[in-house]
Design a protein around this ligand. Sequence first.
Ligand code: MN
Length: 321
Amino acid sequence: MSNLERQPALSACGGRGFVVAEPVRELLSPRRVTLGAGTEVRRLLPNLGRRMVGAWCFVDHYGPDDIADEPGMQVAPHPHQGLQTVSWLHQGEVLHRDSVGSLQTVGVRELGLMTSGSGISHSEESPRRHARFLHGAQLWVALPDAHRQVAPHFEHHGELPHVTAPGLSATVIMGTLDTATSPGTTYSPLVGADITLAAGAGARLPLEPDFEYAVLSMAGEAVVDGVPVLPGSMLYLGCGRTELPLRASSDASLMLLGGEPFEEEILMWWNFVARTNEEIQQARSQWMGGTRYGEVKGYDGAPIPAPELPPVPLKPRGRVR
Ligand code: MN
């Protein structure tokens, strides 16, 4: 999906100053954001209290929405650069098209991974004939400087590895969890995993003490390190953990996000990740001028125009709290 806000803020993220070195339990509330056509999402990152978790820099949770009599997701062509998009569904399906010629339907618990690198444009839509419910998350991973100009490409992985324990099953979406590694291409040490807990389950998930982590609740009643986390909320966990205690009083679904703290300071605006205001300005004008992000063939509709830039430029900066 996309950042379709009409007046997106310029967001300065990254840098060691934001990272909490020790284990913490910070419950983050979502911000409700309306994407065109009335679709409402819950934005967990960037959040007032927290900008990134490792290289994860953007998290939207949406649904479950009943779209039986509606077109569902309809996101017209728009550009990205400097990031990877991760599409993850619990219900429904999304048809992805992009400017390097990909045409792919991404289904439930399949990885749709788009590495925008130097620049790509894409559209995402519910197919005309679609499942009744749409429920998922859209996440972005910031690319480190050494790889942010990589050639744009799209990957679809229908089969992903699992980690299991009594009452727990985890699908590894990105990176490595315990002994399982996703086939998705990563450019910094990180993990993304989808965790299913059975009612009454209690488990301890192995973690990397050098990573910072957060858990997003997708469904059910889960307790993460003693803290109840309701669907649509995210618990930031800091660094310095070797394991994470999980409990569930009903069947529950969580997403574990983690990674090495992202030391580079980045600027995020609209659908771009950059390092300077000049880069953001150039990206905006090159999208509007049609000179950089290619063309999405086969989408029935016009591309999304870039919003106006905010009048006051920002510089990347350290901790703001
Ligand atoms: Mn997008």
